[in-house]
Design a protein around this ligand. Structure first.
Ligand code: LLP
Length: 434
């Protein structure tokens, strides 16, 4: 039993050689074969999480829809699993739309998001026949109306609302408050004006509302007041006119052994009860419920492997251990102060007796992966595994300092396959024109 049991993928075990294994694959062998940094997913865990969501929605909100927020990780193999499991997909850009279409999604199951969709993105979405556009502002409604009219179609839309409810999470990932770049605030009747604009258009079909309160939420108490506000709005808009309520994603995951996020079932039950109770209390017919999880599907299934290079003990200060990646493949510690708990994959059963600062190789002092990493005494060449990096790791990766973005490997039942190859140096300069 590993101390990080709830943080590592469910299939993680330690082999008789003391190596960490995921999906039945020895991580030390994978790192040797594919190099580092390397992102490894437990593909079975991805599948299981998608299924868990689908089953929870079937149980607590029959007829509802689970829409995977692809921003968390939009590799084609991942999208393939999501498609096979019968989930829909949320895309927030032309690039994510392209990936979803290439992964074979039925366009009717694609939801287009974004606070500044441009004309090309809107045109591409309509040409593909996406099922739902979540409209964010009046400018976009005018643009969508024009493009839909030009094609002679009627596009289904949800209106994104900020209910004025702030969840307890990092300010950078809170979105429910009125002071937000996303959506129509209820304040000043801006959301009412949004509904009117949609209704005026013969080419837009108003189906309902969308509200994403924030991300990495453990405290789900915000959903009741939010649902109450949304139901009040639904009454004002016209009883029965809002047939779909998309309450967003947001369920948090454990990044450290002390984190205790609610289960998927509790999350979905809480959302469903909040919306159903609020709708009933306002005398409204129950809407179809949609949820849009990203992190809680992809996060725990992925780990990132790094090779330890320079180790620098500074007498009376601390020890710095540098690895061969950093903020180019895992930005979250720098952006949100996110805390991770690493372990040594080649001595996974060794006691963590030392505290070191685990840093990347970028030319930035802030390139700190783990400020206080509790690890066994490190040696050059050790393989460090950072768990719970499956969401918002690869999808926020960059080429800073000319770093090649990592390969991604899926493991399941002892078999591994590369689903994204490591970049080459030529990839990095491929778009430059001399
Ligand atoms: N729906 C909408 C409209 C969203 O904006 C998001 C996340 C989601 C769904 C999915 O939320 P999730 O279930 O993953 O919490 N880069 C940040 C997270 C940004 C979240 C952005 N929106 C991070 O690494 O923590």
């Amino acid at each position: 039993m590993l101390a990080l049991d709830q943080v590592l993928p469910p299939s993680a075990t330690v082999t008789s050689q003391g190596h960490l294994s995921v999906g039945g694959c020895d991580l030390v062998e994978l790192a040797e074969e594919h190099g580092t940094p390397l992102v490894v997913y437990d593909a079975g865990a991805l599948r299981a999480m998608a299924r868990t969501y689908r089953e929870a929605v079937a149980r607590h909100a029959p007829g509802g829809e689970v829409v995977y927020a692809s921003k968390a990780y939009f590799g084609l193999a991942m999208l393939g699993i999501i498609r096979e499991e019968g989930l829909s997909v949320d895309v927030a850009s032309g690039g994510e739309l392209h990936a979803a279409l290439r992964a074979g999604f039925d366009p009717a199951r694609i939801h287009l998001h974004g606070n500044n969709k441009d004309a090309h993105e809107v045109a591409a979405a309509l040409d593909a026949g996406v099922g739902t556009v979540v409209v964010d502002n009046l400018h976009e409604i005018a643009l969508l109306e024009r493009e839909a009219a030009a094609r002679g179609i009627r596009q289904r839309v949800l209106l994104r609302i900020t209910p004025g409810i702030s969840p307890s999470t990092h300010a950078h990932i809170a979105t429910g408050q009125s002071d937000s770049k996303f959506g129509f605030p209820l304040a000043g009747r801006m959301a009412h004006a949004g509904v009117e604009a949609v209704r005026r258009s013969p080419h837009l079909a108003f189906e309902g509302i969308h509200a994403h309160l924030g991300s990495q939420l453990f405290d789900l108490s915000v959903y009741r007041p939010a649902a109450d506000v949304l139901a009040g709005f639904a009454v004002e808009v016209g009883p029965g006119d809002i047939t779909t309520v998309d309450i967003g994603g947001g369920l948090g995951i454990a990044y450290t052994a002390d984190d205790r996020p609610p289960s998927v079932d509790t999350f979905v039950e809480t959302l469903a009860e909040a919306v159903h109770d609020a709708w009933r209390a306002h005398g409204l017919p129950l809407p179809r419920l949609v949820t849009e999880p990203g992190r809680s599907i992809a996060g725990r299934a992925g780990v990132t492997l790094y090779r330890v290079g320079a180790i620098k003990p500074i007498e009376g200060v601390r020890t710095y251990a540098s690895v061969d990646g950093g903020m180019s493949d895992l930005l979250r510690p720098m952006l949100y102060g996110a805390v991770y708990e690493p372990l040594v994959a080649n001595r996974a059963d060794a006691e963590p007796t030392e505290v070191v600062r685990l840093v990347g190789k970028h030319c930035e002092s802030s390139d700190v992966l783990v400020g206080e990493a509790h690890l066994p005494p490190l040696e050059v060449g050790d393989l460090v595994c950072v768990p719970a990096t499956g969401a918002y790791g690869v999808s926020m990766a960059s080429n800073y300092n000319g770093q090649r973005r990592p390969a991604v490997v899926f493991c399941e039942n002892g078999a591994s396959r590369v689903v994204t190859r490591r970049e080459t140096y030529d990839d990095i300069i491929a778009r430059d024109v001399l």
